[in-house]
Structure formats: C-alpha cells, structure tokens
Design a protein around this ligand. Sequence first.
Ligand SMILES: [Zn+2]
Length: 326
Amino acid sequence: MRALAILDGLIASASGEQATIPACPQSSAKTELSRDTEPAPTKPRAPRVEPGKKPKPATEASPVDQASKAKLVKEKTVLADASQPTETSSSLDLTPTMLLYQSDTYLFSCTATVLAVRPQENGSSWSIALDETCFHPQGGGQPSDCGTITRIDIDSPIAVSMVKKDPSGIVWHECAEDPKVTAGTKVRCTVDEAFRRKNARLHSAGHLIDVAMARAGCSLRPTKGYHFSPGSYVEYEGKLDASDRDTLLPKVQAEIEELIAAAIPTEVVPQQPVSEAGVVRVVSVGGQACPCGGTHVKDTKELVGVKVEGIKTKGKVTRVSYSMID
Ligand SMILES: [Zn+2]
C-alpha cells in the first residue's frame, strides 16, 4: 500500500541532512543557541493514496482505507505525531502534553499548568513542560512556533524561541531567561500568530505539491519534506531525466492552481490507536490523506501563491523546490 511505503520512507529519511534553521522572529539569539541540537530537517510529507489519480471530492470521507490502517498496526509504527522527537527520553514521570494546535491551527493562545522546569546544561536557558500547549514543536520538517509564556499572576511575558517534544510526548518550551515558575504554576501561552500562519501555509503547501505531482502523472515516491523558508522542498525517491522534468513542472503548477481554485477543505481524522504504544493522526489536504502531526490551513484556497521553483534530480533523488508569497 502507498501509505506503508511512505512510512518506510519516513524511517529511512530520519537521519537525513541537517537543516539550516531560519531565525525565529521572536528571538534569533535563542534560535542560534539551539542550532546544534536540531534534528534532521524532515520526514516524508504528503504521502499519496493513489498516485496519478484525481483527489476525491472534498465532501467524501478521507481516502485512508482500512487496509492501510491494518498495515500500520502490523508495523507497530509509532506516529503519535509526525514531529520527530528532538530530545532524549525524559526521566520525569509526566503525563504527555495535550497538543491543542492539532485541533485548531488558528488557536494562538491558551492557559496551561507547568509540569516541570529544568535549566539547560549551559545555564543560559530553561525548558518548561506544560500539561497542554498551543505551541507546535519543531519536527516533521516544520519549524517550531515561537511566542511567549506569561505567569497568570504576573504580567511579565518570557520569550519562547524553541519548542521540542520528547519521546514521552512531553512538550518543552525553551526560554532564554529564568521563567520563575514551578510545577503547578498557571501560565498563559501566546504563539506568534504571523509565524504560525506562515508555517501552516508552507507545510500545507508541501502536501499540495505532492497532490499536484500525482495528478500530473508522477509516480515517484515522496520521502521527505522541508517546510522552512526559504528553501522549501518535497523530495522523491527516483530519477527524472531533464526532458521529463521540463515537461512536468508546468503540469504540476497547473494542478496546483486548480487545487487552490477548488478550495478543498482540509480534513483531520481524530487520533486513532494503531499499536499499543502509539496513535496516528491522519490529515487530508487537497483530497489526499496521510499521517501528519503538523499544522494545516483550513482549505486549499489559503495556498494562493504557491510556486514550483524547480524540479531537479541528483543521484537517485528528485527534489521539487517551492516558494510561497506571503
Ligand atoms: Zn501535514
């Protein structure tokens, strides 16, 4: 099945190249500090259900079939979130953080309770674990949200410049100054709205690229995506010769325009257990479903301005680069 092939690709790409991390608009200094620990840029985005076919109408159910789910279970692949953990497993016995951004991309603030606080080894930053969060952690080829955390009883916001999810599902919010909170402290989280919207569009555009590639007749298997800007791309396993690439590019762009004009709603299937240890969240963008933990636009109409910048083959890999007008 297509979905299983994509999961294989996800695992294979986990040790891919290192990303160049763009500066967070809230705190470029802290972003630089985190650069050494950045994970591989991405995992496969936008696996296709049936390459080469038009997506089903938006009113139909998500095209993830039961056979795909059964294979997911068989593989016991843990995909609680397509985000890749960026820290070693926490030794703390904490309940996994509730990921509020998964149910609402446009949730830009929330209240939460501090579960734990830990200073980093370098002594110049702190990480805060929360019981729930509207911050999207870095992973899955998508940048971390940034913003602020503010104690409810003191109006003194602390900048959050990097957010990571550990293997236990605890989301850690990194601050460059002592947040002066302890377990049990009530806080307000505020996400940088413009940055969140931009990242959701860039990430969703990665899905759109893959849908358009399938509709344009390309059967290569997607293996990873990188949804930072500049330099966004979706990568495929396999070669295309120069003439095929030249022919394909305008077709893909035309399909993108058609998908955008169709204003196809994004569908999110609630998390479903796929093994004893994990759940899978399935998202359909442009009528094509795949496991994904990122943030997504409401419908393809929000993706006006996606442009295919080039299709290149190097070795056994084909990369589709894209950009997006703000
Ligand atoms: Zn996604």
